[in-house]
Write a protein that binds this ligand. Structure first.
Ligand SMILES: Nc1ncnc2c1ncn2[C@@H]1O[C@H](COP(=O)(O)OP(=O)(O)OP(=O)(O)O)[C@@H](O)[C@H]1O
Ligand SMILES: [Mg+2]
Length: 280
């Protein structure tokens, strides 16, 4: 039994002109505990829509979704909300951090809902996690006083502080320079490994995508497993150091479905966080 099992999942929304937009047309996805999956695809292909469905923030029109053996679509809204808070950590595309709360208070938010000792330890846990993302010296700063990349790292610390079994990250490195981006990915991977969590990352950056064990493209409302095209003779490895590629028309990666690198076992590069902190 997989941790996550989505089968035939569709999502259709009505448009103002009375027509329907078929965003997802039958997504199948199996994710095991400890898996690292990335999803690439052109803008508007439905990646965030899919992540919201996986995180139970939205409901599909059709299909099935089992989470740890539980039929999520059969649950009441309150049970879904409880399961969501228990299992998932989100890094949203638009950070969604609270502007009127400090960095520390933002990261404490998920722990306010903890029903165990983590509630009482929330200051220390939040401060430790901010330290791990290189913001240990900015606990009392407000988001408006911080750069976009620093706000992104608050969002990442908030995602990880409850040690979720499923980490859902929508463009987690979108606002970061390449070094900090790789360091943040290293941290997400390290925390996921520590607790055998699944890590699902949406990205436009092929270097970030290639860190995953499985890479999917989302196009025409369907997930395509890029690794299925893996063919050592026929598919060239992208030149190292090349500009991170944007997915091309149809949600494919420019140059065809290239062979993608095996998952990397790199530890997070804390130096990259420090570098930025020291520069301030
Ligand atoms: N509630 C909604 N009502 C109408 N259209 C919607 C709704 N939600 C999403 N869409 C549309 O569905 C499509 C998929 O949106 P989504 O945000 O999932 O794309 P995405 O792949 O995450 O794009 P990006 O890479 O730009 O973030 C878009 O065309 C979007 O405009
Ligand atoms: Mg999106």
């Amino acid at each position: 039994m997989s941790l996550l099992e989505l089968h035939g999942v569709t999502r259709t929304v009505p448009l103002p002109d009375g027509t329907d937009l078929h965003i997802l047309r039958g997504v199948n996805l199996d994710v095991e505990a400890g898996d690292h999956v990335s999803i690439v695809g052109r803008s508007g292909t439905g990646k965030s829509t899919l992540l919201n469905l996986i995180g139970m923030l939205d409901l599909p029109n059709a299909g099935t979704y089992m989470l740890d053996g539980v039929d999520t679509l059969a649950l009441s809204e309150s049970r879904r909300a409880a399961l969501r808070g228990d299992k998932f950590g989100f890094v949203f595309q638009q950070f969604n951090i609270f502007p009127t709360r400090t960095a520390l208070e933002n990261v404490e938010v998920p722990l306010l809902y903890a029903t165990d000792k983590r509630f009482w330890a929330r200051h220390r846990l939040a401060a430790d996690m901010l330290e791990r993302v290189g913001l240990g010296d900015r606990l009392e700063s407000y988001p408006a006083q911080m750069s976009g990349g620093e706000q992104q790292r608050i969002a990442i610390a908030r995602c990880l502080v409850r040690k979720p079994k499923v980490i859902l990250a929508d463009e987690p490195t979108g606002a970061l320079d390449p070094d900090t981006g790789q360091a943040v990915m290293g941290l997400l991977e390290e925390v996921a490994r520590e607790q055998n969590s699944a890590l699902i990352v949406i990205t436009h950056d092929m270097k970030v995508a290639q860190r995953a064990g499985t890479v999917y493209t989302l196009s025409d409302g369907i997930l395509h497993d890029v690794n299925m095209f893996d063919d050592d003779e026929a598919r060239p490895v992208p030149a190292s150091g090349s500009t991170p590629a944007m997915p091309g028309p149809g949600g494919t990666v420019p140059g065809g479905p290239e062979r993608l690198a095996a998952p990397r076992e790199t530890a997070p590069d804390k130096k990259a966080f420090r570098k930025e902190g020291e520069a301030r």
